[in-house]
Design a protein around this ligand. Structure first.
Ligand code: ZN
Ligand code: ZN
Length: 181
């Protein structure tokens, strides 16, 4: 695939999201949000965090009324650059269900990312991930399973997903938050 265009986000995204998730986190419930970005000069700038109405458990989070998310994104001419969610008691990794969610974003925007916040993971508090392409994207495309399940490994020893190398912090970006809960 062509080299991924760079993405920049404000460190505020991480801090503000954790603060907005705190009540859920303390109750061992996940929280999820969608990030919106504009594209200028070949770089994506994350400017918007949308916290949708949602239903969650300790290991899953489902956005409700997804049309509300896309209404805000299109009103502001933003790309859905991925999503952010907490693992309140699990480690920092991508579950099989997370991989399917990420697939749906990465199909829309190849640079889309999954930010996983794991405040109780002592070794890694957060990670920014994407499906490998080729590799994970091909396997997820063919997978029809729901709920938690296992995936076969991509050919050639590639992982299903990887840490993003195209994402950078930009301290000058201002973040706008829409909390729809
Ligand atoms: Zn997850
Ligand atoms: Zn699957």
């Amino acid at each position: 695939m062509a080299m991924a265009r760079e993405c920049q986000y404000s460190a505020q995204l991480i801090e503000d999201f954790l603060a907005l998730a705190r009540d859920n986190t303390n109750n061992d419930l996940e929280t999820c949000g969608v990030i919106g970005a504009f594209l200028r000069g070949g770089t994506f700038y994350v400017t918007t965090l949308i916290i949708p109405k949602q239903e969650s458990t300790s290991s899953s989070c489902q956005a409700l009324n997804e049309e509300d998310i896309f209404a805000i994104l299109s009103e502001q001419s933003l790309f859905p650059l991925g999503w952010i969610h907490t693992h309140p008691s699990q480690s920092c990794f991508m579950s099989s269900v997370d991989l399917h969610t990420q697939y749906s974003y990465q199909i829309m925007v190849p640079e889309a990312v999954a930010i996983v916040m794991a405040p109780t993971d002592k070794s890694r508090g957060y990670g920014i991930f994407r499906l490998t392409d080729p590799g994970g994207m091909d396997i997820l495309k063919e997978c029809q399973e729901k709920e938690f399940h296992s995936h076969r490994e991509p050919a050639g020893g590639r992982p299903l997903y990887e840490h993003c190398s195209h994402v950078f912090v930009n301290p000058n970006l201002i973040l706008e938050i829409f909390d729809l809960r």
